[in-house]
Design a protein around this ligand. Structure first.
Ligand code: ZN
Length: 345
């Protein structure tokens, strides 16, 4: 099969379209003929090398997969048939450890992510556990379906499960253009929150409004954006800040929280060493909440709202698989709003 193969750590220009053996599905697994796969920042981290995770080359990344079941391995439940249109939950868990038994499978002892811990979707075929499959909602194309799994499930876990957002709360999303953040805007609105967002260009401001944001500030044009937020709340602060920016905004995010507020994070794009003024944390009863990926139950809940049309995939652009290097470069430069999707012919 053709695949975008990582043969060494490097930048996007080092990946190549190569022929590799087509994988065979093991027990409980299916082989999916990939129709579309969406990019995530995780693909860049895997490409550049993640500290503490030894490289295993060659590797195929790609966490978000939509396609058609091509072959069934042994012991796959009868409800799955060759030809079914499926999307894949990228969270890999054992189903048996202490955390899995409690329904916290995104904390599994052997937790992994499709495209990071096993070969992913930037290829003509991928094998995945059948328990990770979901039917694609009929109204969605393969490209739209591929734009759903990682970002919407991550944003769901972060806001609904971990931060427990409630109707009427004020949620501030830093950086509306990111995949998780554009999903977060929609999820917070679907819950009934008021949503404010920051972003970097006038075009992205308009797209954030189109997603349902109630107020959007361009932080490039307005370096005093945090003062504008604070003033707009009547110096009360916001209930929840979604901060996946990290080091550059961390201390500001804490200062923008109202009493009892929560700062939620699933990433730190600008660096890991944010400064925390501990006095704010206790005096204002703040909570700092981290999460990674999503539980299987949360994934189902999220997908239900997609099926009902309450959450919509945000596709920035679709490129052919052959242009993966260019697609990864666009992601690295942050030029997209929503998901960059690769179509696999
Ligand atoms: Zn487990």
């Amino acid at each position: 099969m053709k695949a975008i193969v990582i043969e060494r750590h490097g930048e996007p220009d080092t990946v190549r379209l190569t022929d590799v053996p087509t994988p065979e599905p093991g027990p409980g697994e299916v082989r999916v003929r990939v129709k579309a796969t969406a990019l995530n920042h995780l693909d860049l981290w895997v490409l550049r090398g993640i500290p503490g995770i030894p490289p295993a080359f060659p590797h195929v990344s790609g966490c978000d997969v939509a396609g058609v079941i091509d072959a069934l391995g042994p012991d796959v439940p009868g409800r799955w048939q060759v030809g079914d249109r499926v999307l894949v939950n990228p969270s890999l868990s054992c189903g048996e450890c202490e955390y899995c038994v409690r329904g916290q499978d995104n904390m599994c002892d052997t937790f992994g992510i499709l495209g990071e811990h096993r070969w992913g979707g930037m290829a003509e075929y991928v094998t995945v556990p059948a328990r990770n499959l979901h039917p694609i909602p009929p109204a969605l194309s393969f490209e739209e379906a591929a734009a759903i799994p990682l970002v919407f499930s991550t944003a769901w876990q972060m806001l609904v499960t971990a931060a427990d957002i409630r109707p009427g709360e004020l949620v501030l999303v830093l950086g509306a253009g990111g995949g998780v953040n554009s999903a977060a805007i929609q999820i917070a609105k679907a819950v009934g929150c008021q949503v404010w967002a920051t972003t970097s260009t006038q075009e992205k401001v308009e797209r954030a409004y189109a997603l349902g944001a109630d107020w959007v500030v361009n932080y490039r044009e307005n370096p005093e954006w945090s003062k504008a937020v604070w003033k707009r709340t009547g110096k009360r602060g916001v209930d929840v800040v979604v901060d996946n920016v990290g080091q550059a905004t961390w201390s500001t995010s804490l200062r923008l929280l109202a009493r009892g507020g929560r700062l939620v994070t699933v990433g730190a794009t600008t660096g890991p060493a944010g400064e925390t003024d501990i006095r704010y944390v206790f005096w204002r009863h703040l909570r700092i909440i981290g999460s990674t990926m999503c539980t299987r139950g949360g994934f189902l809940d999220m997908l239900r709202l997609v099926e009902q049309g309450k959450l919509k995939p945000v596709v920035d652009r679709v490129l052919p698989l052959e242009e993966a290097a260019e697609a990864l470069s666009i992601l690295a430069r942050g030029e997209q709003f929503g998901k960059i999707v690769l179509r696999v012919a």
